[in-house]
Design a protein around this ligand. Sequence first.
Ligand code: PLP
Length: 431
Amino acid sequence: MEATKSKIIFENNNAFAQKLDKEDKLKLYREKFFIPQHNGTDTVYFTGNSLGLQPKTTQSYLQQELNDWATFGVEGHFLAKNPWLSYHELLTNKMAKLVGALPIETVMMNQLTVNLHLLMVSFYRPTKNRFKILCEAKAFPSDQYALQSQIKFHGFSVEEALIEIEPREGEFHIRHEDIYEAIEKNKDSIALIMIGGVNYFSGQVFDMKTITEKGHSAGAIVGFDLAHAAGNINLELHNWDVDFAAWCSYKYINSGPGSVAGAFVHERHLKNTELPQFAGWWGHEKESRFLMDKTFIPMQTAERWQMSNAPILSMAACRASLDIFDEVGMLALIEKSKGLTAYLEFIVEEINKQKNNCLQIITPKENRGCQLSFVANGYGKDLYKQLIDNGVIPDWREPNVIRCAPVPLYNSYEDVYRFGVILLNLLREKG
Ligand SMILES: *Cc1c(COP(=O)(O)O)cnc(C)c1O
């Protein structure tokens, strides 16, 4: 009943889980979120990797903008408490800190897939000899479609141009050595490396620093999709010398369904006037933007890629969440996250002892954030549905993977314990 994990001896009982919660320095943050209910009690919400929960402060941030809109109409661009003209700037510093970027390298705009496309317009510039894109196999579907359509848009064939690195036969995650080998092998033809910093399916975290180094030595541009990384793991985009990145804010960053996304472009590209880009008025130099002249003069920050005026309501929700992140800090979150996920791993192993090792964790032990993905061998989607019926909200990925993300801001050790009890009961009932 005991196991050693990072100095703590875990125990599989509720009193122990409650004790860990009591000692948790971030325990009060759970109170700051609305936890979805099931039969009058908190659900075990393990899908913060898909849609983060709503901070209780979000409504007041939104209400402020609704009130200012009601009061001022168009004048709110200047007269609102937080003038809309520059509202997006209120998000920049805090978001930059979350991803390890300089503020000038960071902008909140659009949606994730849109940002990937806009950044590829500038950074995927294939030539006859150098036209390939390297990505991980089983990239998120939207990323696959984005990459394929970019390749076709430039007149190349996906078959020739897309290199997808797969896990080896019988393995669930990708070996970094296989990525490095593919980069080396294609060093004369590779134009772009575009990988999900944390794989959405397996939860594997990639070594973005080394991939960037190796990509650059091969003459490639290196970009990352950070949908499952931002707000989950430590990121140092600037120091790692990453060329560009994009991420959404509605997963770990709790900014609400479809909320505004983030984009990063490394400082060294910002003033490069040779870079092609799609332009819009919000990327125009600020001082002369409203002269409405026909010549586009790009800003010299990541805002250069911003095309449209900012979606204030979704930015207000994002601001509410960033204020919480800023107060807690990624370091404290990551520390708790390691403990919570280690406890979940322990609980899964405890179930395995009683149920013939039917649960196979496919997330790597070392390179992971808070998510654990596991295969429930011998059980189908009805297991997932019964978890939902019993107040646990994980998610299901075809063909047979259950993903659980205990997130450090609002999940508790007791959540993890309760998850274990409910899952074991279901497995027992099913025989
Ligand atoms: C969630 C997610 C997306 C979603 O893209 P949207 O443009 O926000 O709809 C894309 N890529 C990855 C890797 C994701 O995890």
